[in-house]
Design a protein around this ligand. Structure first.
Ligand SMILES: Nc1ncnc2c1ncn2[C@@H]1O[C@H](COP(=O)(O)OP(=O)(O)OP(=O)(O)O)[C@@H](O)[C@H]1O
Ligand SMILES: Nc1ncnc2c1ncn2[C@@H]1O[C@H](COP(=O)(O)OP(=O)(O)OP(=O)(O)O)[C@@H](O)[C@H]1O
Ligand SMILES: [Mg+2]
Ligand SMILES: [Mg+2]
Lengths: 255, 255
């Protein structure tokens, strides 16, 4: 089983879209895939027509089990999405209260890594969607991953925030004694504007081999897929965005 | 002095863009304007070429002063932006640690409201940029405001998250015994797609008079302004986005 975390503390860069698109493609290719929603806002959970406010069991329960010293078993909280080979561990708004509890719980940063070990035989890939804020939830998502995918918009300010995040990534890599292997993914790229081209050049200079060699283009049909609640690969299989995400996934699988 | 908070726990909906655009227009019209960056990621601070990682004094200091029972005085921490009538209270990543301290500090939700009272004669308008996460920082920004502006993307999932946020808004309005007056602002609207039109209709049905009667259109030139580090009204004064934000501001000032 491989755990891929999708994270960036900048909001609206395509984290949830990346998880649901790559998750859908992996499942369509026959891989047993678990998507995990670690964002208290629950965009991934809502995508599959579940209401985060009504979710009784979520990733939050894994933290409760850990503090009650119960043996972790995420299977208790995984739900069906209605799509073959694609399951979901949903989010609940109560996840947002974990930061406040962080002061009292030792070793809270490794709860998710420990829990997912219990399902290593059940899934081929786990994709973790993180919230746009550096806190206990993002730290857990980073500490648990085999690979980190960082979606960015090709805009002037994108690199500023990236630098800070990569310092946190380094720190977590050192504390778990295994560096975090990351890849930066330009999303919603609009090739018509000079600004995007210039910002992409800047990212290429600063990130070098950590930046994927291509981009995910702007594609308004992704919103149609989200309105339909269907993974893009099944709803708009011939779209530019699905083609680009498929190419990105091929790259990840063969690296 | 009026305090306007711009907030939505959904990421990337145009919160920072709304603060910097409206702030720039207010200043251009001669109003003494303070923008306050309450997002630990510091997009607003970075917009004005300040590095959040190097900021020594930020909104965080107001919380320190409050817990040390020092008389609040935001003037100590306000910096110049280089633009007339436009000042900034910058952000620092250390703001992200406040949630963890929330367990220990009583009455932490009213620190910003209390601090801003100390500058009531200095500014005509204060605009607060919030982080995309429901926590101590957002609660403070909501509790301090005279009016709340909620930018949303016209997309299917936009309303789901809005409902939850509006429940929090109600709760804070009740606990401060003064309801929060809010207005929902559709941003990055792309009139060419059917999806946007349908989602806008949905927002109109659900939000009714709380939704502004017009929209802020998609305008890639806003990114040029951000690259230049200049408020849009000064960099792209004749753009569609600046015209729409000006109309929105006229509406707010004359309501
Ligand atoms: N390639 C693309 N082309 C066009 N629109 C896109 C693309 N990718 C994502 N979007 C749209 O951009 C918006 C933001 O995407 P998304 O919600 O996935 O970002 P996020 O990083 O998960 O946001 P948050 O920080 O709130 O978690 C959504 O409306 C989504 O449909
Ligand atoms: N009307 C618009 N047209 C085109 N692009 C826009 C518009 N408004 C904002 N943007 C762009 O969309 C991106 C997100 O905007 P912004 O950073 O203001 O959102 P935010 O809600 O503050 O995000 P966060 O949740 O990270 O704080 C930025 O690249 C910005 O330049
Ligand atoms: Mg998301
Ligand atoms: Mg912002």
């Amino acid at each position: 089983m491989k755990i891929w975390t999708v994270s960036n503390q900048k909001g609206g860069v395509g984290k949830t879209t990346t998880v649901v698109t790559i998750g859908g493609i992996l499942a369509a290719w026959g891989f047993r895939t678990l998507m995990m929603d670690m964002d208290p806002h629950g965009s991934l959970t809502s995508y599959f027509r579940l209401n985060p406010d009504e979710i009784k069991a979520s990733a939050y329960n894994l933290f409760q089990d850990a503090s009650a010293k119960k043996a972790p078993d995420p299977r208790r909280y995984v739900v069906e999405t209605g799509f073959e080979c694609l399951q979901l561990l949903p989010a609940s708004p109560v996840l947002a209260t974990l930061d406040r509890q962080a002061g009292t719980m030792e070793g809270m940063g490794l709860v998710i890594a420990g829990s997912l070990a219990a399902v290593a035989d059940e899934f081929d890939y786990v994709l973790i969607d993180s919230p746009p804020m550096l806190g206990v939830l993002m730290v857990n998502a980073l500490a648990a991953c085999d690979r980190l995918i960082v979606p960015v918009l090709a805009e002037y300010l994108a690199f500023k925030g990236l630098e800070r995040m990569l310092r946190t990534v380094d720190m977590i890599g050192r504390s778990r004694r295994k560096p975090i292997d990351y890849l930066v993914l330009p999303t919603m790229f609009d090739k018509r504007t000079k600004e995007s081209q210039e910002s992409l050049h800047m990212l290429q200079e600063r990130c070098a081999e950590k930046l994927w060699h291509s981009v995910i283009p702007v594609d308004t049909r992704l919103r149609d897929a989200s309105r339909a609640g269907v993974p893009p690969v099944l709803f708009i299989p011939t779209s530019k965005a699905v083609a680009a995400y498929s190419e990105f996934l091929e790259f990840l699988l063969h690296e």
